[in-house]
Design a protein around this ligand. Structure first.
Ligand code: PHB
Length: 390
């Protein structure tokens, strides 16, 4: 530092109260990302997984973007949309974050969308899966998956595997309704029939009456979507009612055989086929390193939520590198079209829709080396969100 500049700084420090000058410099220094997650409440497993993945990403990448220190501020919304909106506002106004990220539930992502639009702050959905979320603001992009991607993947497989009469069971809100519609429509288009469509409330669902209906109507298969965290409870009730031995096949989105809960679900999961964008057993070098590093740091297995968080961090930091730390429109534009190798395989952000384009895998639960894993055996490559109008 030149003597002249040093002299000016000393002068400034002498005339301004010391407590005031330090934060002003600090604020200029670090780039900030505001991450809103359900760290408590029914969706807490989502928060725990994404938080863990962010910590891993920061450790691996030196906690920097655009040559500046990167600070991640994690806030707990407990999955309550009004809280999400308030936290998003605070992060933008008080903390001056460059980007918002996280969002464990669709209603939470939608509640924050107006904040992204009004403040021109890019918002990266790391968890929620309703297709329409990215249409709620031109500043929203996504690194999780959409339920139409998952449901179409499952429908294509079930039609090819002698499953003709189906029933659906979904959580009664955005992603469940997307899953039901896109699974049922595609199955019907391919010549199958849908006997019934069942819905359970998002909060405190009771699966027993629904499972009785399934037993009575005897479809070839039951297609299920439940938000992450509910898989183990559902599987327990499915087995308790003897449905695992009824000849009715259980298929669905990967939440029912969640890597986070698979050990707790146990052998009743064996043989269950699901569609999803990530399995911890994905056999690539990038994923093997991701899983090994994650388990070494956190002592539990990463699931699909962790990968949405990890890739979201990658997307934001690369975009900040491109804009040299600038936010707003430049930052969301720098996210469009990015392509990279994720632990789930190659992905990119569709520049038109701001949606992630990914491989959709069909997997079967198997026991390998004493543990249960979702073993991928088929896939649809580079699947765009079927929920977007062409
Ligand atoms: C959602 O609310 O969009 C959501 C939540 C959990 C999931 C998938 C989607 O596992």
């Amino acid at each position: 530092m030149s003597t002249r500049r040093q002299h000016l700084l000393t002068l400034a420090a002498a005339t301004v109260a010391p407590g005031l000058i330090a934060p002003a410099f600090a604020q200029q220094d670090a780039l900030k990302i505001g991450v809103i997650l359900p760290m408590t409440g029914p969706q807490a497993s989502t928060g725990r997984q994404i938080d863990a993945a962010i910590k891993l990403f920061m450790a691996q990448n030196g906690g920097k973007a655009a040559g500046r220190k990167l600070e991640v501020i994690i806030k707990d919304d407990a999955g309550v949309p009004d809280t999400t909106r308030r936290l998003a506002q605070e992060l933008v106004v008080n903390d001056k974050v460059s980007a918002l990220a996280g969002f464990g539930l669709t209603p939470c992502a939608l509640a924050a969308a107006p904040v992204a639009t009004q403040s021109k702050t890019p918002l990266v959905v790391m968890a929620a899966g309703t297709s329409s979320i990215t249409e709620a603001s031109p500043f929203i992009t996504r690194t999780s998956v959409t339920l139409p991607q998952v449901a179409v993947g499952m429908a294509e497989w079930s039609n090819k595997n002698n499953i003709k009469k189906v029933m659906t069971l979904v959580a009664d809100y955005g992603p469940g309704i997307d899953a039901e519609k896109f699974y049922a429509d595609r199955v019907t288009l391919n010549g199958g029939s849908v006997l019934d469509k069942l819905r359970t409330p998002l909060r405190s669902p009771d699966f027993a009456p629904m499972l009785q209906k399934v037993r009575d109507q005897k479809p070839d298969a039951l297609f299920v979507f439940l938000p992450s965290g509910q898989g183990a409870t559902f599987m327990k009730q499915f087995a308790e009612r003897g449905l695992d031995k009824s000849g009715i096949r259980l298929i669905g989105a990967g939440e029912i055989t969640d890597d986070d809960q698979l050990a707790a679900i146990g052998d009743v999961a064996l043989g269950i086929v699901t569609a999803h964008h990530y399995s911890a057993a994905h056999p690539s070098a990038v994923n093997k390193k991701f899983v090994a590093d994650f388990q070494a740091m956190h002592k539990f297995r990463p699931n699909f939520m962790a990968v949405g968080g990890y890739d979201g961090m990658r997307l934001i930091t690369k975009a900040l590198d491109i804009t040299k730390g600038a936010g707003g429109e430049a930052l969301i534009n720098a996210m469009k079209g990015q392509i990279w190798e994720s632990p789930r395989g190659e992905v990119y952000i569709d520049a038109q829709t701001r949606e992630i384009v990914l491989d959709m895998y069909i997997r079967k639960v198997e026991r390998v080396n004493g543990e249960l894993w979702n073993i991928e055996f088929d896939s649809i490559k580079a699947l765009k969100d079927p929920g977007k109008k062409k």
